[in-house]
Ligand binder design. Structure first.
Ligand SMILES: *Cc1c(COP(=O)(O)O)cnc(C)c1O
Length: 472
């Protein structure tokens, strides 16, 4: 997922990327269970339904484009993570994936905690009634206002990301007469994305304090992380509860977590040896992968919990440390698979011998991930079934950019026509939360569907919303 010279990514203008599937699926109408939320199926006339509601009726009522979120699936995923990790661990949902007041209430009811990384996310969480002690504040450059508000309301932890921030948080907590629980975010020199991880050379990034890289004070032993620990332990207004690490995104291979856990436990051992304290918590971050296409094969929370638990236990045993309380921070793995985006087809352009461009009524303003990361998605004709043969298609948006691609390569039925509805699954994470007003697009609503009823949880923007900010 590297960036390339072309703004649309390295595969732009290729016919098909090498190694990509070239054969259409046997049945275009079949909804592959791996990419759709649990209540999605085909109903009358082959139209897709979610939570018992037909997409044609949903489009009629809520318009397109729109995100439809399967509430039962969201809650089931929360419970699966909660149950898999059990009493000895905490699950923090990463709010940046998608946050709204309804989502905060579901998280609360299902027993999850919440990561926020801005004042806006914190305000949303508090407004929806999440107890502050179940909130963690993240970020590599939290403002004084953000830190002050977080300490005032009593967030459960602040994850410290730099030397300046250690001083800043300590000062603000001291002024408020508080002792704030904090973790130190370390860079373990592991970066993981999808199927491979790199165990070295990734300390060159803005997040965290490096385990291996020294400070400007060569007399102090260890790296930046060890120095951060020394500083925090000296400050009365901070209570160091643990070490935090987050290694990447859309990870399928647990080997990266294994290296990261080993390095974090290594630091806990150094801390015990140098300071005589055993820190009670470690946080291994999020980044667990989901299926965007049927080729992706994510692990179940139960297997992830077992594997992370085993790794931490083994490392602690060999270091002679008591096993700390573990936390994890899935964002995408909870909300990603729960929603699909519904679009209406506007125009269809056939480039003979190449492919067919299918333009929908949204695009990079509601899903930037294809343009930004070369993300892959799948797509299905949702308003009806079709027996027409497959046609190699590229689903594109309506924005003024040739990189405005929603689904780079997809097979759709050859009888596709303007007015048909297309559904793109697995758009629950990092789509609405990264949506923009490019071309003055009105950001789509998020509609929660459950047991035969649908309700808007984030409404569609209006021209009035746009113009309200434009003070003339
Ligand atoms: C983004 C992020 C997460 C969540 O990542 P996902 O890929 O959505 O699971 C968790 N922790 C931290 C610190 C993050 O920055």
């Amino acid at each position: 997922m590297s960036r390339s010279a072309h703004p649309a990514g390295p595969r732009y203008a290729d016919v098909l990327p090498e190694g990509h599937y070239t054969a259409p699926p046997a049945d275009l109408n079949q909804l592959d269970r791996t990419v759709w939320s649990q209540t999605v199926e085909r109903g009358t006339e082959g139209a897709v339904t979610v939570g018992g509601m037909d997409v044609r009726q949903l489009a009629e009522e809520f318009g397109t484009p729109a995100y439809f979120l399967d509430e039962a699936d969201f809650r089931a995923r929360c419970r699966a993570w909660r149950d898999a990790f059990g009493q000895g661990a905490d699950v923090f949902y990463a709010g940046k994936a998608f946050l709204s007041r309804a989502v905060v209430r579901w998280l609360y009811e299902e027993g999850l905690n919440l990561d926020v990384c801005s004042g806006g996310e914190l305000a949303t969480a508090l407004e929806a009634g999440m107890p502050a002690d179940r909130i963690a504040l993240h970020g590599n450059n939290k403002s004084v206002d953000e830190i002050t508000r977080a300490i005032e309301v009593g967030v459960g932890r602040i994850v410290l990301d730099s030397f300046q921030e250690i001083a800043r948080v300590a000062h603000i907590a001291g002024r408020l007469g508080r002792r704030q629980a904090v973790q130190i975010r370390v860079t373990v020199g592991v970066e993981a994305h999808t199927h491979e991880f790199i165990a070295t050379a990734h300390e060159d990034q803005k997040f965290g304090l490096a385990l291996g890289r020294g400070t400007s004070q060569p007399e102090a032993g260890g790296g930046q992380a060890a120095e951060a620990v020394r500083r925090v332990l000296k400050l009365d207004s901070l209570e160091l509860t643990g070490i935090h690490s987050h290694i990447g995104s859309q990870i399928f291979d647990m080997a990266g977590f294994e290296v990261s856990a080993r390095r974090v436990v290594g630091l806990l051992t150094e801390i015990r040896d140098e300071h005589g304290v055993e820190l009670p918590e470690i946080d291994l971050g999020g980044g667990l992968g989901i299926a965007y296409t049927p080729e992706d094969d994510p692990s179940e929370p139960h297997d992830i919990a077992k594997s992370l638990g085993d790794i931490v236990r083994r490392e602690c045993e060999s270091a002679g440390l008591a096993v700390p309380r573990l936390s994890v921070e899935p964002g995408r793995a909870i909300v990603g698979p729960t929603a699909f985006t519904l679009y209406e087809v506007g125009t269809i352009k056939e480039l003979e011998g190449l492919r067919t461009y299918v333009s929908v009524d949204g695009g990079m303003s509601d899903n930037i991930r294809t343009a930004l990361y070369d993300a892959e998605y799948s797509v299905a004709l949702a308003s009806r079934a079709s027996e027409a043969p497959p046609m190699l298609s590229r689903v594109v948006g309506k924005h003024c950019e040739s990189g405005d691609i929603v689904v780079r390569d997809a097979f759709l039925p050859a009888d596709l026509a303007p007015g048909d509805l297309l559904a793109v699954p697995a758009t629950g994470a990092y789509c609405r939360s990264m949506a923009s007003n490019y071309n003055h697009a009105l950001r789509p609503p998020v509609v929660a569907v459950k047991d035969g009823s649908a309700r808007t949880i984030v409404r569609r923007e209006t021209e009035e919303d746009l113009l309200r900010l434009d003070v003339g």
